[in-house]
Design a protein. Sequence first.
Lengths: 199, 267
Amino acid sequence: MYEGVVQNLIDELGRLPGVGPKSAQRIAFHLLAADVDDVRRLVSALTEVKEKVRFCATCGNVAEDELCRICLDQRRDPSILCVVEEPKDVVAIERTREYRGRYHVLGGAISPIEGVGPDELRVRELMSRLADGTVTELILATDPNLEGEATATYLARMVASLGLRVTRLASGLPVGGDLEYADEVTLGRAFEGRRSLDV
Amino acid sequence: MISGRTVRGRRAWCAGVPASGDNGRVSLYRDEGIVLRTQKLGEADRIVTLLTRGHGRVRAVAKGVRRTSSRFGARLEPFMHVDIQLATGRTLDVVTQAETIAPYGMSITDDYGRYTAATAILETAERLTAEEGEPTVQHYLLLVGALRTLAEGAHEPGLVLDAYLLRGLSVAGFAPSFSDCARCDAEGPHRLFSVQAGGIVCRSCRPSGTVAPAPDTVALLGALLTGDWDVADASEPRARREASGITAAFLQWHLERGLRSLTLVER
Ligand SMILES: [Zn+2]
Ligand SMILES: [Zn+2]
């Protein structure tokens, strides 16, 4: 244990995701030794992000205004909606430049063991977005892990009666890998999502 | 099931050698287990909690498992039944190899009712088994059986969950009685049920706070405890609802904190 303020800083840093007590200590002492201007810049970046950034009223993505950049963009196809867990997933999909539709950010995945059920996510908001019939295709792009799969299963069932085309991102074999190293679930999902080759 | 496999938990070699790091030698052991829970650690690792056959509950680090290029792939996701090799570490053991015995996760996540029931099963398994290192073979076999049954879709998920909960409590030493009086052993059937007394009670014992469940509910509870699936599968929705309420109350009474996932189970 250290003197009051230093320990305070270590405790606060230790609450960040992926930062253990050792790393918290290392970061704290790095900051103590760092140039005061560098630390000021970090502080103002932190303050600014909390003051300026909020969540888009429509899709739940990070936004600097009422609506996010993508929801404001008239060129984006309103008939396709891609459901993701987190804003960082929007960034990842945008980087591919493959997708021209819109997004819906759930704010996580259904995880009963963490006490997160459908009511803790932006599922109700999703259902009301789908109500007016503008969206005709729903892409379920939740994480390809167990909670993401279960969340996609739940959503697919929720929207089953709406007559939408519901798709799930194909999950399968990592490009550049050997088939024999794939685990059974990855290989099984790859079989489910196989596509036809045009000859 | 997995007879013929040589995965009975035993330190494979170097038993008694200090944990890794001290002199470069590592103590490895092999076991089979069910993945109960995973937590993110650092950039790409996870802490994986397993219920193993020979070593009880184990928490171990799976390095690089969150990278898409990880050689573990989906093998260390919850519900997976794996043959696993671990290296003893100073604070946490480290997963060195994992092979799938049965990928229950896939068919469980394809059905939301199964998923929520299976999640409650995993949370219960973590809570009802002793701290690390204590073998819990009976509970382990119960867990494997419950997940296999769920994955096969042979019975309604809620029934599988309640059967597992009642039997899990029995294995933990809290066996409920659904015929003879839980207090004085007077031969049943009796009409009254008391969570505190540990099941059905007779008229003369009758502690405060008893309820009088319907006879077919009591029959269902008894069938779930003994594994009489013909009776359980034929039960009415009303009896299932009442039985699941009684099972949940019974479980909460024996656990210090409530189960988070139980309220989210889709019945
Ligand atoms: Zn938006
Ligand atoms: Zn009695």
